[in-house]
Every structure is written in structure tokens, then in C-alpha cells.
Design a protein around this ligand. Structure first.
Ligand SMILES: CC(C)(COP(=O)(O)OP(=O)(O)OC[C@H]1O[C@@H](n2cnc3c(N)ncnc32)[C@H](O)[C@@H]1OP(=O)(O)O)[C@@H](O)C(=O)NCCC(=O)NCCS
Length: 195
């Protein structure tokens, strides 16, 4: 099987005004555990607050493997300056990359101390530019558990449209959950940027 690893491709580092989005390393597990053990952060994620570093390490290995297998990208979000410079404060990226259909899904989470400062918007804007310009994406999707108002508003602000409510779509944290399907098409992304 041809993978990005076997092709010796370099992981694409992305930079914004305040942020450096870089490849995750196994030494990032402790920084990720600090926010993934916060129930407020994981409330609407697939797994509840992490209880052990091993759990975070397993997730980290999976996120790193997305690129190695050519199935997607997960960037570690770091600040370029300040006390926490270089430390992972969240992650974001693409998975469920259906190359034949020119579409992929995004996922993202940020440590609570950094919410409400426009950090994830800054990260996702550059990630969308990468997806439309370098992954040849035509459509980007996002799945949000019903109740996660912050994430739904966040996507709308970036120009995503809600398309559907998928009933009992995911079995998350012990129960079936309705999921909102959002999408952004490349043509709408372009017009959103210029409007
Ligand atoms: C969703 C999340 C990533 C937002 O990150 P953030 O850096 O705080 O978001 P930003 O500051 O870039 O916000 C951009 C816009 O999103 C919307 N938004 C963000 N947080 C919001 C909230 N709590 N309530 C309502 N709208 C919100 C606003 O429109 C905001 O623009 P404004 O500040 O001009 O009003 C963050 O809350 C998070 O990590 N949540 C936990 C993990 C999670 O649920 N991930 C998504 C799974 S689908």
C-alpha cells in the first residue's frame, strides 16, 4: 500500500498570525492529557474525560497514524509566543478523507483556558485554505453533537451550513445521540472570504 510515510512526504506545517500548527509527537501526550482530562472539553467529544495518560497516548498514536496512512492530517495547535509557546493547546485536522469524492471531515478541540479568543477560528481558516488549495477538496464536512452550541455557532461563523439532523447517529458516552451535519463547499468558502 502506498502511504504518505512510504513516500517520505513531510507533514505540512501551517502558520498563522498567532499560531504554529505542527505535527504531533509522542512527547505531546502530557500536554494533551492536561486538557483532555477536563470534562468541559470532552463533553461533546466521542470519549469522556481521559483518566490516564495511556488513553491520551493511544489517541495521539491514532491521530499521528492518519498522516502516515495517507488518511488525513491532525495538527497540534501551539502559540508562537508567550509562556506556553510550543506547547500543544489543542488539535485540529481532517479525517474521513474520501479522495474519490473530494471531501473530508474536520475535527477540533482546544484547552478551556484558550476558549473565546478566536484561536480555533484562526486555526480552522488556515486548515480550510490548505484543504481547498492543497488537498483538492470540494466539500468539507463537520459533525456536531446536538447541544454543542459553541461548535455549531463556530461553524456557522466560518460559513458552514447545517444540512441535516442525523437521528441517533452516534453512540457516544453510553447513549445514542443526534448529530448535526454541517458542510462547506469550496465555492462558498471562496465567496465567504470575499464577502
Ligand atoms: C468549539 C471550540 C473549538 C471553539 O473554539 P474557540 O477558540 O473558543 O472559538 P473562537 O474564539 O475562534 O470563536 C469563533 C466563533 O465561534 C462562535 N463561538 C465560539 N464559542 C462559542 C460559545 N461558547 N457560544 C456561542 N458561540 C461560540 C462565535 O461565533 C465566535 O465568534 P465571536 O467570538 O466573534 O462571537 C471550543 O469551544 C472547544 O474546544 N470546545 C470543546 C471541544 C469541542 O466541542 N469540539 C468540537 C467537537 S464537534
Amino acid at each position: 500500500m502506498v502511504t504518505f510515510k512510504s513516500l517520505n512526504l513531510e507533514f505540512p506545517q501551517l502558520e498563522t498570525e498567532r499560531l504554529l500548527l505542527r505535527e504531533l509527537k509522542s512527547t505531546d501526550a502530557e500536554a494533551m492529557y492536561r486538557y483532555l482530562s477536563d470534562p468541559e472539553v470532552t463533553r461533546y467529544l466521542a470519549t469522556p474525560a481521559h483518566r490516564s495518560l495511556k488513553q491520551t497516548q493511544d489517541l495521539l498514536n491514532f491521530l499521528v497514524s492518519l498522516f502516515e496512512k495517507g488518511e488525513g492530517f491532525r495538527w497540534g495547535i501551539t502559540l508562537k509566543s508567550g509562556n506556553a509557546a510550543g506547547v500543544i493547546i489543542g488539535t485540529c485536522g481532517y479525517h474521513a478523507w474520501a479522495k474519490d469524492h473530494f471531501r473530508a471531515e474536520i475535527g477540533y478541540e482546544l484547552a478551556r483556558a484558550y476558549w473565546g479568543q478566536g484561536i480555533m477560528a484562526e486555526a480552522i481558516k488556515t486548515l480550510l485554505a490548505f484543504g481547498f488549495e492543497h488537498m483538492a477538496l470540494h466539500r468539507v464536512e463537520a459533525m456536531v453533537l446536538v447541544g454543542n452550541t459553541a461548535s455549531a455557532r463556530f461553524l456557522e461563523k466560518l460559513g458552514f451550513q447545517q444540512e441535516a439532523v442525523l437521528r441517533d447517529y452516534e453512540f457516544v458516552q453510553g447513549r445514542f445521540r443526534d448529530v448535526l451535519l454541517f458542510s462547506l463547499l469550496s465555492k462558498n468558502y471562496a465567496s465567504h472570504l470575499t464577502s
